[in-house]
Design a protein around this ligand. Sequence first.
Ligand SMILES: [Zn+2]
Length: 175
Amino acid sequence: MEGYQPAYGINAASDCGGPQCQSHPDYCFLCSFEPEPSAAGTDDDLYQTIVDLVSDLAQQEKELPQIVNVVYMTYLKNVQPHLVWENPATGCTVTAPAWCKESIRRHLIHSNQFKFFPSIVRNIFHSIVVKQNECMMDKATTMVVDEHRKAFIETIDAYRKFETWASARGASKGK
Ligand SMILES: [Zn+2]
């Protein structure tokens, strides 16, 4: 299998290069700390602060880059100064570990803790539809280019199927 790697690494010991936090050496706050409801007033409240913030912004359907920025600033100001983290790879203790935007983005998309996948796919569809519209007509003849029209209809058809799947998935989870 030389020259290949998994799309999503599931072996902690050998897989790297996957998209998720585990495959990257960067510090991730949500992977490094656990919520412990019994220990109110400690780091665990900070964990919940970040989780609630992400959930609120997602509920408001804010776009991912904006959510990453807000989480980054909130962590920097309100959470980071209170943390001490032991790097499991080196055994070194890090005071006030920095959580970079790339690591935040990676966790939000790939951790399964938050459900951003449908909104990302939706945005991809929107972008494709707008691009397909831009080249739908032949400038010289002002006629619809049939090949492009067919591709556009295919996109809309796939989008419709996706939305049916996404709403059934949402309903089955009691949303
Ligand atoms: Zn993570």
